[in-house]
Write a protein that binds this ligand. Structure first.
Ligand code: ATP
Length: 365
C-alpha cells in the first residue's frame, strides 16, 4: 500500500488477510458469531439511544439511535446540517447531550470520564496541533498526555501516513492534507479498539483517499471498529460494511451495505435525446423492471431493475430500433441517499440547487 507521497507502508492489504469484515458484520447481524468476538453482550462497539441535542432553539439531534457492530467499518452519512458533527462531538465528550445515552465498547459513556477516550481514537473537525512544533513533536505531546505510547509507535504511524520525511518540519508549514494525515496518525496513536473519524478524507488527494480506505479496512479486519462520517458516497460504498443515514437529527436507515443496496439496483442507459420518450415506453413493458425515469442528464434513462439484466435492457431497446450509446449497471448508494434524505435536507437547513433547478427570486422575475 502507498500513501500520497509514495512511501511504502508495512500494513498489508486487509482484503488479502483476515476474514472479510463484511462477512463478520453480516454474521454478527445474523447472530451467528461466537460471543467472545464481540465487545459487549449485544455485539455492539458503539450505541446511542434517544440522543438529543439542541443549540439554543436549534434542534440538532432529535432522538438518535445508532447501533455499530464490533469489527466493522460503519459509514455515517447525512446531508449538510443533519447532525453528524454534533454526534461525533457527543461521542468524544466535547459536548454533552440534553437527553439519551451513549455506550462505547460495552460501557456507558457520560462524556465526563475523559480516560475512557484512551481506548478510542478520534479525529473530529479540523485537527488542531501546536503549529510551532514538528509533526513528530506533536505526536509525542499527544502521546504524553494520553495513553502511554512508544517512540517506535510514533515512527510507525509517521510512516503509515506518509509523513516520515517531513516529520521534523513545523506543522505551521504543513498543507491541509498533511495536517489531516497527522490527525489520522494521532487518532491511531493508542492503537484504539474504536476509531471515530469525522470526514477523514477531507483535504486528501485521490491516492491518500485510497490509502485511508485500505487502512480502515485493515483495522476492521483486525477486529477493530471504525465509525466514519463522510460526504463521499462512492467512497463509503467501497469502504463500509454497515451504514447509517441520518437526516434532520434522526436515523432514517441503518443496516449492512448489502442489505441496504438490495433493491437499489439500476441500469442507466443513454439514447439519442429525441428517442428518450419511445425508449421509456419500450422499457416500461420489460418484465422485472420497477420503474423507468428520464434523468436530468440529456438522453439518459434510469431503469430500476437487477444490475445483471443490463443485456435485457439493451436487447429490448434494439428490438424497438433504438440503439444505446452507453449503458451502466450497478447499485447506487447516491440514489438511496437522495431518496431517503431529500425532504429533510430541504426543510431543515436548505440545500444546494443545481443550475437547472434553481429558481430566480420573485423580485428578479
Ligand atoms: P455538515 O455536513 O454540514 O458538516 P452536520 O451533519 O455535521 O453538517 P452539524 O454540524 O452537527 O451537522 O449541525 C446540525 C445542526 O446544528 C445544524 O442545523 C447546525 O446549523 C446546528 N449547529 C451545529 N453547531 C452549532 C452551534 N455551535 N451553534 C448553533 N447551531 C449549531
Amino acid at each position: 500500500m502507498q500513501y500520497s507521497n509514495g512511501t511504502d507502508v508495512r500494513v498489508p492489504s486487509a482484503r488479502d488477510q483476515a476474514p472479510q469484515p463484511a462477512v463478520i458484520a453480516l454474521r454478527r447481524i445474523a447472530g451467528t458469531l461466537p460471543h467472545d468476538m464481540t465487545a459487549s453482550a449485544d455485539g455492539l462497539a458503539l450505541a446511542t439511544r434517544d440522543l438529543r441535542k439542541s443549540y439554543g432553539s436549534r434542534l440538532a439531534l432529535a432522538g438518535l439511535d445508532i447501533s455499530v457492530p464490533t469489527g466493522v467499518v460503519y459509514g455515517f452519512l447525512g446531508p449538510n446540517g443533519a447532525g453528524k458533527t454534533t454526534t461525533m462531538r457527543l461521542l468524544t465528550g466535547l459536548i454533552h447531550p440534553d437527553h439519551g445515552s451513549i455506550e462505547l465498547l460495552g460501557r456507558p459513556f457520560s462524556g465526563r470520564d475523559r480516560r475512557r477516550l484512551f481506548d478510542i481514537g478520534a479525529l473530529v473537525e479540523t485537527p488542531s496541533f501546536y503549529p510551532f512544533l514538528s509533526g513528530r513533536e506533536n505526536l509525542r505531546a499527544i502521546g504524553a498526555s494520553g495513553a502511554p505510547t512508544t517512540r517506535a509507535r510514533i515512527e510507525e504511524l509517521l510512516e503509515l501516513v506518509g509523513l516520515r520525511d517531513r516529520a521534523r518540519d513545523k506543522v505551521s508549514g504543513y498543507s491541509l492534507g498533511m495536517k489531516q494525515r497527522l490527525g489520522i496518525a494521532a487518532a491511531l496513536l493508542s492503537d484504539p479498539q474504536l476509531l471515530l473519524l469525522d470526514e477523514p478524507a477531507n483535504g486528501l488527494d485521490p491516492a491518500g483517499i485510497v490509502a485511508i480506505r485500505e487502512t480502515l479496512r485493515h483495522l476492521a479486519a483486525e477486529g477493530k471498529t471504525v465509525f466514519v462520517s463522510s460526504h463521499l458516497l462512492a467512497e463509503v460504498q467501497q469502504m463500509a460494511d454497515v451504514i447509517g443515514i441520518i437526516a434532520a437529527g434522526r436515523l432514517v436507515r441503518e443496516g449492512s451495505m448489502i442489505e441496504l443496496l438490495h433493491g437499489a439496483d439500476l441500469v442507466r442507459v443513454k439514447v439519442a435525446p429525441h428517442e428518450v420518450a419511445s425508449a421509456a415506453e419500450r422499457l416500461v413493458s420489460l418484465p422485472g423492471q420497477d420503474g423507468v425515469e428520464p434523468s436530468a442528464d440529456e438522453g439518459w434513462l434510469t431503469v430500476r431493475i437487477a444490475a445483471n439484466r443490463a443485456a435485457d435492457v439493451n436487447r429490448a431497446l434494439a428490438d424497438a430500433g433504438i440503439y444505446a450509446a452507453r449503458l451502466e449497471a450497478g447499485s447506487d448508494l447516491e440514489e438511496l441517499f437522495l431518496a431517503l434524505t431529500a425532504d429533510e435536507a430541504v426543510s431543515h437547513e436548505g440545500t444546494f440547487q443545481s443550475i437547472s433547478t434553481a429558481k430566480a427570486p420573485e423580485s428578479d422575475r
